[in-house]
Write a protein that binds this ligand. Structure first.
Ligand SMILES: [Zn+2]
Length: 402
């Protein structure tokens, strides 16, 4: 906290003292027990309002015992929400010009994501390290100065369904691309796909999905950059589109995204563990779309975009003789000299891991190579986007050369 106080200046000494005293009163009285929230995903004191009542907002409850101290409870949507991508996102409105402390308290998981801050909900930066303290893995204190306008604190930048839909519509406006709906989520949200306009000829296809796991926002940046590169106005991309059709489903789990879930769908399961039997509407919609490749059009490659601790690729070669031959080595050897500050791990899968996930399903059903792209959760977003341009271009080269 001392670093934080240093930044405020002497004129704010008195409110800080009140805050510190209030905090000790709070510690003395709360005894580690979470009080009932003021109003579900919203709480208010005479000093500030905290609310998660917006798309992708995330917290279980919040409460305020003294005007400058807030406690935000963060819990997974389901007990078995593995991966523990502890999502939080809330808006703070200061009512008076007094600093506040917001304590994040985790149950059923632990703190994972470096807090991000945004004044407008669109431009984000990492919260300065002097502004928060990790008391334990399940208790984080944020020391926040008053702002004139409401602002956001979140685990990752808020990347809601509206952002994805705007991106798809922009792709349609600027490229030979169509958007349509392939189904609906458990709660009725549309599941969109965008597809290159390929005419009537039977084609070979690349099929991509993303956002099975709502908290994995960097995977969305990776996917959009990758797809934009496939549609770029370059000779390479034009030749690629002449030969290959492109289909993508950018948000497989729109309910989880909207509700600020850590990992699961509203069906109570991790969608990426239920690729057969297809008990969830979301994955069933994608499966039905993939069924077109059981005759006529040919699926040649399947990619699923995610995010984890570091940059990582899983590749799974096709079972019936690799196509394109030596694909992974050629792909990475083309990409690596061109990458700028993008270190990554590669895990080569040669057999089915036995998990009921998307890549195993595509691998088994269509005998195609599959790739899982994992973008690092704290990797700078522009770095991810620039790297994906390189990976998309080099993959096009390999596929066209086959
Ligand atoms: Zn994931």
């Amino acid at each position: 906290m001392s670093k934080c106080i240093k930044n405020f200046g002497l004129e704010k000494f008195y409110p800080i003292m009140k805050l510190v005293i209030g905090y000790f009163v709070y510690i003395a009285t709360s005894s580690g027990v979470i009080a009932a929230p003021n109003d579900g995903k919203k709480c208010e004191s005479v000093n500030a309002i905290i609310s998660a009542e917006f798309e992708a907002g995330g917290m279980s409850s919040c409460s305020s015992f003294v005007p400058s101290i807030f406690r935000v409870l963060i819990e997974p949507e389901d007990e078995d929400s593995i991966g523990r991508s502890a999502w939080y996102a809330f808006k703070i409105t200061n009512k008076v010009s007094t600093p506040i402390v917001v304590e994040l308290v985790y149950r059923g998981g632990e703190h994972r994501f470096w807090p991000k801050i945004s004044r407008d909900g669109r431009t984000w930066s990492r919260l300065d390290s002097s502004m928060f303290k990790e008391v334990s893995e399940q208790r984080i204190q944020l020391f926040l100065q008053p702002q004139d306008n409401p602002y956001y604190i979140a685990a990752q930048e808020i990347y809601g369904n509206d952002v994805s839909l705007n991106w798809m519509n922009k792709m349609v406006a600027n490229n030979a691309v169509s958007r349509s709906t392939i189904g609906a989520s458990e709660l009725g949200r549309p599941i969109h796909k965008i597809e290159s306009n390929s005419g009537n000829n039977t084609k070979e296809y690349i099929f991509m999905i993303g956002r099975q796991h709502p908290a994995e926002v960097p995977g969305a940046w990776a996917m959009t950059s990758f797809i934009e590169t496939l549609y770029a106005n370059t000779d390479l991309a034009r030749r690629f589109r002449d030969r290959f059709g492109i289909i993508s489903v950018p948000v497989v789990n729109p309910d989880g995204v909207a509700l600020g879930y850590w990992r699961n769908s509203t069906g109570g399961r991790d969608l990426n563990y239920t690729w057969g039997p297809f008990v969830h509407k979301e994955t069933l919609s994608v499966k039905n779309e993939l069924d077109r490749f059981k005759g006529g059009d040919k699926l040649k490659l399947f990619i699923d975009f995610h995010s984890t601790h570091g940059n990582l690729f899983y590749t799974q070669r096709s079972p019936g003789g690799e196509w394109p031959s030596d694909m992974t080595r050629r792909w990475f050897s083309g990409a690596m000299p061109r990458l700028n500050n993008y270190e990554f791990e590669h895990i080569a899968l040669t057999t089915d891991s036995g998990m009921k996930n998307s890549n195993n399903y595509a691998y088994h059903t269509f005998n195609v190579p599959t790739i899982i792209v994992e973008a690092g959760e704290e990797t700078e977003r522009l770095t991810i986007q620039n790297a994906m341009v390189v990976f998309a271009e080099e993959l096009m080269r390999v596929m066209l050369g086959s």
